[in-house]
Design a protein around this ligand. Structure first.
Ligand SMILES: [Zn+2]
Length: 304
């Protein structure tokens, strides 16, 4: 990855300080605010930086977590001297103390600040699901198909827009009951296969599915496991995924507004019944979509 922040080279728009009320927990580190000191595996951490409180003039800020660099972006509302970073905590991360490292340079040299937090184990349950056996133990042809699709999707996540394509908060893709939350262990036909990397919404009959935020459609096709699926690139490393649709109404490359209809719910792919599977990825890592909505909300005023 090795993304180096050049965001400091530009600033625009009226500046507004980030108030303490906009973050749910502040760290004692001046100018650096982490969204939470305790974060469950499968969650997103939001880091907010007021660079004028570090030792200005700050250049070349770099954010690192577990040897991986994470880009920093200008704050959506107050871009002058204010930045944010998104750090997804993978579901399979072991609980315990963890550290983000922020480094930067100024005329005096290079500075490094450790930002401690704690990863705690989420309380996730188990889903026992009955699906067609051909979707649990696929034949050679379907295994190859699923592997090819996985590679394609991985490439899509690696080539996301650096620009922030979202202007307001993220919203649910439909209004319905959640039948399976993020993080449940998935036991298909008695075999533990994976963890649930999204949220399932009840949709017994075909119902409209709406874009969680504005962005660009990167994929709109039938996949072996996800069925008819749509993937939207929202920029800043964030993608949303809508799966098992009965109908797709968008095409790759299309610009999408928040709330725009993407298609209809259905029961295509590996399903035990009709529903909408909704997932989000940040820098290629699945995080809890419901938690993502909450954690990003301090950055932006709610949409009207
Ligand atoms: Zn699901």
């Amino acid at each position: 990855m090795g993304l180096v922040v050049t965001a400091l080279l530009f600033s625009c728009g009226p500046s507004k300080p980030i108030s303490a009320a906009q973050s749910n927990q502040s760290t004692p580190l001046s100018g650096i605010t982490l969204s939470a000191k305790d974060v469950t595996n499968g969650s997103l951490l939001l880091l907010q930086i007021e660079s004028h409180k570090l030792d200005p003039p700050v250049r070349d800020m770099r954010l690192t977590f577990q040897q991986r660099h994470y880009p920093l972006y200008p704050h959506p509302v107050a871009p002058t001297d204010n930045y944010f970073g998104l750090i997804p905590i993978p579901f399979r991360t072991a609980p315990g103390p963890a550290t983000l490292v922020l480094s930067w340079t100024n005329t005096a040299g290079t500075h490094r600040r450790a930002i401690p937090f704690r990863i705690v184990a989420g309380t996730y349950k188990t889903d026992e699901l009955k699906v067609a056996s051909s979707r649990v133990n696929p034949n050679k042809k379907n295994t190859e198909r699923a592997q090819k699709e996985a590679r394609k999707i991985k490439r899509i996540y690696a080539e996301g827009s650096v620009d922030r394509l979202w202007q307001s908060d993220f919203q649910l893709p439909m209004s319905s009951d959640i039948t399976s939350p993020f993080g449940n262990k998935r036991v298909f036909n008695g075999k533990l296969k994976s963890f649930h990397n999204g949220v399932d919404f009840r949709a017994r009959t075909p119902s409209p599915v709406f874009a969680a935020n504005s962005g660009i459609v990167k994929l709109a096709e039938n996949l072996f496991y996800s069925g008819n699926a749509v993937v939207i690139d929202h920029g800043t490393g964030i993608f949303s995924i809508y799966a098992h649709l009965s109908r797709i109404d968008v095409t790759p490359g299309q610009h999408i507004e928040k709330g725009q209809r993407l298609g209809l719910t259905g029961a295509t792919g590996r399903v035990s019944g009709p529903h909408l599977h909704w997932g989000v990825k940040v820098n290629g890592i699945a995080v809890n979509p419901m938690q993502l909505i909450k954690v990003l909300s301090p950055l932006l005023p709610p949409s009207r």
